[in-house]
Design a protein. Sequence first.
Lengths: 110, 257
Amino acid sequence: MIAVLGLVIGVALGLLFEPTVPAGLQPYLPIAVVAALDAVFGAIRAYLDGRFDDKVFVVSFISNVLIAALIVFVGDQLGVGSQLSTGVIVVLGIRIFSNAAAIRRHLFHA
Amino acid sequence: MSAPWARAAMADRDPAPDTAKAWARVRHAFRARPSRGQWVVAALFLLLGFAAVTQVRSANDDQYTGMRRDELVTLLQTLDGADDRLTQQRSELAATQRSLQQDSERNQAAVEETRRAADALAILAGTVPVVGPGVVITVEDPDETVGASTLLNAIEELRDAGAESIQVNGVVRVVAQSYVTDSSNGVVRIDGREVKRPFVIEAIGDSHTLDQAVVFRGGLADQVEALGGEVNVEQTDALEVTALAEEREAEYARPAR
């Protein structure tokens, strides 16, 4: 409940302050957001499995974001930034889909 | 089905999740007092929402900010190509415009030329009224002694002096096909039309030269005086020749090519 509230407040703050993305963060933010979404879906699935652990969630959330940003950073340094970020997006997308499928099975048995 | 080996086989696979338990957990999550873990989750969610909205806004704000260097280079090359293409297209169109303009100018010149030729021909054919400097020659012969030959001589002398347009009595335009005939009772006809005395010949041309063509020794003036008549020449700067000749299509003559 309070998690949903947090999401809503975050969206509201983002709309309210209209922050501009710092130039240094620009390539990493979209990947970081997708990585965080992956962590969130994983957490929901774990919660429905009955084995949710807030410490695990915090660690996976932060490490997901950091690793995604790191991969993009390394890719930029190697000159394959766009390919690597596409790869990261694909992998995270697959994980999100499989997690979403698990959540669906839990809730709707389908 | 309830044999132990079957159950073991089922357990090996992904066990069918307990839907009722899952819904109970969802309800619990929304009803229970938030634990410490939920607060942490909420904080992370807040961060996520904030970041997502920021990213969405910046992606909408400016489609180029989130782009990588090589993407921008590709975009720039695409734009350069488009620019080159459009520049080329523009110069082609400009060339087309120039050539069309030249065509149009040529056409205009041709039209102008044609109009001039038409004007010259209309003056020659006597189908338009004309104005200009010239002379008005009045021939008075109380005894009706001046005939077609004298009149024809006068016209020829005027033509020799460069008369460009001639009319007699303001009713007959003298053109290339004009003829002068004596008719019965001393009546003179030009182009079959009777011209009454006194004859008034109006000729447009250089007025001084035309004047000289009439009064020179042995000219029209002398001839008429010899016949007992009188010639009066008046030079004018603005003469109007309003009599029109009939427009005639050549019936037999064709240009030889």
